[in-house]
Design a protein around this ligand. Structure first.
Ligand code: SAH
Ligand code: SF4
Length: 378
């Protein structure tokens, strides 16, 4: 017997195709897509407007399978962190950050990461595997269901096309959990297209942000495939420093990266790129670095998000002093930039940047290792 299809793996066009293969009409696929993504229903028997025979057929041939929740932690400030099971020895993390006017979900794209940024615990611990579409969108699907159980507010998403009745607690998604989303290109694009689909979650392109360490050819591919809001992990004002802390810079140096960013803005849903900059003591936090960064970013409409470093064991780095961070921020602001310092949320449950802890079996290194992953917030 062939395995049952996981309908969470399918975009609406793919689901429609699959329905055709089963001898079913396209509008039935749409109905089922609504049940799954707009109403959060995974049980075919609860899909009451489908004929009994179709429900039976679906039960036999398909399933709605999201990764199971291994643990859930809730912070006093409303932040919720889940550890999801993605196979023996592997966990991925997803964080929900509620704010007055939005609910942001930070979603993972890979189990571990191969890019080896020196300040990142996910990078430190290596790469295991890419997540499937159903494991990526499954984080959104599960989070919405769980948050509704917990009674989270359905926040107004004024620019969504989805009907108000089906608004869900997650109004924004940031692809800033574990992994480099552009290195798992196809599944990430499919999952994001389900987020954007009016028959799915109905999020506008402005409400979905992809964060990348700067994989230049893939930024160009994303521009053509699905130009959502873009955040770029820059972290340095010049190639010398960047190459020291981000090996990916050797393949795609800053000039090439900024070129790709400029081109991306032709189709981006926002008129700036968000540059993330983690403040590392004695590495990239000097006033001269701020001035150099201000000059560098003249080339691209930019917003800068300064991120306090979240330490992990044996990282070899320390976070910059707050006074230094403020000084850095002021230099950027005086140069005419919008520069923010990322707030730390969910402190009491270790859900802040670089503090997400999980377990990954690293395929690049021989043994199971404990790790902390980077994290959200834009
Ligand atoms: N791989 C993608 C997205 C995930 S990382 C990327 O690199 O952009 C999300 C953000 O957290 C990135 O900006 C990353 O550089 C940052 N980050 C990684 N480790 C961190 C740490 N220890 N402290 C603070 N931010 C960190
Ligand atoms: Fe991978 Fe991003 Fe961490 Fe770099 S910062 S190792 S790209 S997850």
């Amino acid at each position: 017997m062939t395995a049952r299809a996981n309908l969470l793996d399918f975009t609406l066009p793919r689901l429609t195709e699959w329905f055709a293969e089963q001898g079913e009409k396209a509008f039935r696929a749409k109905q089922v897509f609504h049940w799954i993504h707009q109403r959060g229903v995974g049980d075919f028997d609860a899909m009451t407007d489908l004929a009994k025979s179709l429900r039976e057929k679906l039960r036999e041939r398909a399933e709605v399978r999201a990764p199971a929740i291994l643990s859930e932690q809730r912070s006093a400030d409303g932040t919720v962190k889940w550890l999801f099971d993605v196979g023996i020895g592997n966990g991925i993390e997803t964080v929900f950050i509620p704010e007055d006017d939005r609910g942001t979900l930070c979603v993972s794209s890979q189990v571990g990461c191969a890019l080896d940024c020196k300040f990142c615990s996910t990078g430190r611990q290596g790469f295991n595997r890419d997540l499937a579409v159903g494991e990526i969108i499954g984080q959104v699907w599960m989070a919405n269901r769980r948050l509704e159980e917990l009674g989270a507010a359905r926040l107004p998403a004024e620019d969504t096309q989805a009907e108000a009745e089906y608004r869900r607690p997650v109004s924004n998604v940031v692809m800033m959990g574990m992994g480099e989303p552009l290195n798992n290109f196809g599944p990430v694009v499919d999952a994001m297209s389900i987020m954007l689909d009016d028959h799915g979650y109905g999020l506008s392109r402005r409400r979905v942000t992809l964060s990348t360490s700067g994989v230049v050819p893939q930024i160009r591919r994303l521009k053509d495939a699905l130009p959502v809001a873009l955040a770029v992990s820059l972290h340095a004002p010049n190639d010398a420093i960047r190459s020291r802390i981000m090996p990916v810079n050797d393949a795609y140096p800053i000039a090439a990266l900024l070129d790709a960013c400029r081109d991306y803005l032709e189709v981006a849903p926002r008129d700036f790129i968000t540059f993330e900059y983690v403040m590392l003591k004695g590495v990239n936090d000097a006033p001269d670095h701020a001035r150099e960064l201000a000059r560098l970013l003249e080339a691209v409409p930019a917003k800068v998000n300064l991120i306090p470093f979240n330490p992990f064991p044996d990282s070899g780095f320390e976070g910059a002093d707050m006074e230094r961070v403020r000084r850095f921020q002021k230099i950027l602001i005086d140069a005419g930039y919008v520069a923010t310092v990322r707030k730390t949320r969910g402190d009491d449950i270790d859900a802040a940047c670089g503090q997400l802890a999980g377990q990954v079996v690293n395929r690049m290194k021989p043994k199971a290792v404990r790790f902390h992953s980077p994290q959200p917030r834009s």
